[in-house]
Design a protein around this ligand. Sequence first.
Ligand code: GDP
Ligand code: IMO
Ligand code: MG
Length: 428
Amino acid sequence: MPAIVLIGAQWGDEGKGKATDLLGSRVDYVVKFNGGNNAGHTVVVGSEKYALHLLPSGILSPEVIPVIANGVVVDIAVLFEELDALSSRGVDVSRLLVSANAHVITQYHRTLDKVTERFLGKRQIGTTGRGIGPAYADKINRVGIRIQDLFDTNILRQKVEGALDSKNHLLVKIYNRRAISVDEVVEDLLSYAERLRPMVADTGLVLNQALDAGKTVLFEGGQATMLDVDHGTYPFVTSSNATSGGAATGSGVAPNRMERVIAVVKAYTTRVGSGPFPTELLDASGEFLRVNGAEFGTTTGRPRRCGWYDAPIARYSARINGVTDFVLTKLDVLTGLDRIPVCVAYDVDGIRVDEVPVSQSDFHHAMPIYEEFAGWPEDITDVRTFDDLPKNARDYVLALEKMSGARISAIGVGPDREAIVVRHDLLG
Ligand code: GDP
Ligand code: IMO
Ligand code: MG
């Protein structure tokens, strides 16, 4: 099972970090291929809780080589902070590789992210404010700074000058902010170069050679399908391809090497930031999910919007990503509910629609059509086999499996590393 992709099926925070960590001891490389420190993965190992943003969750497994691939945008100060924080807790971070082609997030990207959000007013996206969108915009505009530029001072200066030229006009004349000096940015970036140098590699080459040698490579997506810049709820999305296709472009490993696509999906739905969310609950049920599921952002601490499971979204994810296996997480959070509604289709202006509508306005108007399932009162956090789950919990999982377009191979029953029910081996 050489190359495996693991992505989020909904709007993020499905528990990808925990799922990666679960596979960590059995894979050789874990690769982050998109996004940056907008991600927030909480992994609980025994009494230790780790919050990872920029680093792939595989960093917690001692045998794994963690890789930040070309598709990522790297805030180097955050990278070092995260490495130092893990080292001080005894995690060996010395194996990390960073792509020479990955783009860099600088001070002006963070400033622009915050200032453009403020100017959007009511239309704001609710970004994490980490500079992600502006850094990807520069990449596409061909004025980005790459990791390799840090090792050529002349080139770096020229590129920063080029990037700041128009941005300073924008910052000063439109946004009423102070201009950012080229020297300041160049000095800041150069100050990281020597520490970064030993980590920098041609990661596309390294990964392909590893696959040739029979190693197992896990591609861990940040964000999720509905936040993908092409396939998500645009413009309320992040600025990268968080779907399985992004694993190929974001790493330099060809799509025909990816043999399995694992999608992590919550037993209900959450979203952070603005944008359409048909099953959102603004009542006590939403509060029940938020409190029981501890649905507060790992990155920004914002309360997550909560709603019931949306089967058309799961089916859409199965289709867009080529999902072979779902990992259904947080089933335990539903314990204690009497009835559990599941969205099976939408009502769009009086017409039943079974799939995610292509028109954003239709999706904004979509009203969920629910089917209800019976809940269970029993605590399931210590259950480790499918047959030991209460019958109603099993029926709920089997119903979701039928609606969602791929088998449910593992089920999360608690935050802890061990709290998982495996039905089919994810690597077998
Ligand atoms: P990610 O961004 O997809 O990695 O997910 P986050 O870490 O942002 O959010 C998932 C949260 O749910 C984390 O706090 C996990 O510790 C927690 N979690 C993961 N799986 C389960 C589960 O099966 N049950 C419960 N109760 N919590 C879980
Ligand atoms: P993980 O990997 C949930 C959301 C932000 C905002 C939008 C754009 O933990 O699942 P950005 O800063 O990326 O430009 O913000 O995307 N967002 C996430 N929501 N989980 C994430 O990551 C997210 N990363 C970005 O809230 O709505
Ligand atoms: Mg998260």
